[in-house]
Design a protein around this ligand. Structure first.
Ligand code: ISE
Length: 342
């Protein structure tokens, strides 16, 4: 049976997913679309034939829609659509962050537990990236000894004027917050945000750029992360794991290297949709297969909550001038011990 998907929110991410459903994913069809900006929904309808719903909640409620993809902005709007899908027993893939606060995530987690069945997958697609998966293999196998330090940089070429310092944490740094906790298989003990005095001239009001994040895990692995969202050079994601007997670093997928006049050049992708295309494709197929098998396997609503609790500690650290804050996670419910991503 072909799964009839409806998508709410077709900005950069949502429209990329719409194309993905139409062109790449097996077993699903794009049946519905909703966006607060009518021209955006119209463009998806014109390209792929999806039915337009003025109100996203109507899309969720329509029996002609089997499962829902939520990619709305601002991200606090995810919550209402995800809760409605859970209420109706429909599977839902929510873009990250699941919502922007730990309290919002808690509502979703409680609703899912009450439904008695896993219905939510969160779009932490980096877990499906081949580079991160190789790092995970090295950590799990122990071939290089224990991981000790992780050095990361998360750099975007530019951000729009609405992008603020909170978003640098809960929309940008949250990718590393999630994927590193997954790779290491352990929780964070403490978190710190440092705002360097010197900022780029390319920043704008309300945005401190760059920022430095530090995380320490329960076993003592130390992570440093540069979050620099107006770097002017490209979408540049770095992750270097230092082990007792070696090191592994991410390398952006390349087809070619150009050598000319005493120089050697590799492309830096401009956009996350390009850099992580394989990860998005694999993530999405996993969601569709999970729905078909009536058993989701990807990142859970609990992972969404863990990431938001950590971001809350990062906010608190920043607001208190860079002091290290404990990451105080609630106890993991049995439901998510039984239902977690392997
Ligand atoms: C965006 O929402 C993403 O998910 C990108 O991966 C991230 O790099 C960017 O900063 C976010 O705004």
């Amino acid at each position: 049976m072909t799964l009839r998907l409806g998508i709410i929110g077709v900005g950069t991410m949502g429209s990329d997913h719409a194309r993905r459903i139409a062109e790449t994913i097996n077993g699903a069809t794009l049946a519905g679309v909703s966006d607060l900006i009518p021209e955006r929904a119209q463009a998806i309808h014109d390209k792929f034939g999806a039915k337009i719903y003025e109100d996203g909640l109507d899309l969720v409620r329509d029996p002609q829609i089997d499962a829902v993809v939520v990619a709305t902005a601002p991200h606090e709007t995810h919550e209402q659509f995800v809760l409605e899908a859970i209420k109706l027993g429909k599977y839902v893939l929510s873009e990250k962050p699941l919502t922007t606060s730990a309290a919002g995530c808690r509502k979703i987690v409680d609703a899912e537990i009450a439904a008695g069945k896993r219905l939510v997958q969160v779009g932490f697609m980096r877990r499906y990236d081949k580079g991160y998966q190789e790092i995970r293999k090295a950590i799990v196998s122990g071939e290089l000894g224990e991981p000790l330090l992780i050095h990361c940089a998360h750099r975007n070429m530019t951000t729009p004027p609405v992008y603020n310092s909170d978003m640098s944490i809960v929309e940008t740094a949250i990718h590393e917050v999630d994927v590193l906790h997954y790779l290491l298989g352990e929780n964070y003990e403490s978190a710190l945000t440092f705002l360097p005095k010197k900022q780029t001239r390319y920043t704008h009001e309300g945005l401190h750029d760059p920022q430095i994040v530090e995380l320490d895990t329960e076993s003592g692995v130390h992570i440093d992360l540069e979050v620099f969202v107006n770097n002017q050079m490209g979408y540049d994601i770095n992750c270097r794991v230092v082990f007792e007997k070696g090191e592994i670093a991410l390398h952006a997928p390349q087809n070619t290297i150009v050598k000319v006049a005493e120089s050697e050049r590799e492309r830096i992708p401009a956009e996350y949709t390009e850099r992580f295309r394989q990860a998005y494709d694999t993530e999405f197929q996993a969601f569709v297969d999970g729905v078909a098998n009536d058993a989701l396997t990807g990142p859970t609503a609990w992972d969404g909550l863990v990431a938001c609790v950590t971001c809350d500690a990062l906010f608190a650290s920043r607001d208190e001038g860079g002091v290290r804050k404990q990451v105080e996670l609630p106890e993991t419910p049995q439901f998510y011990i039984d239902n977690h991503m392997d």
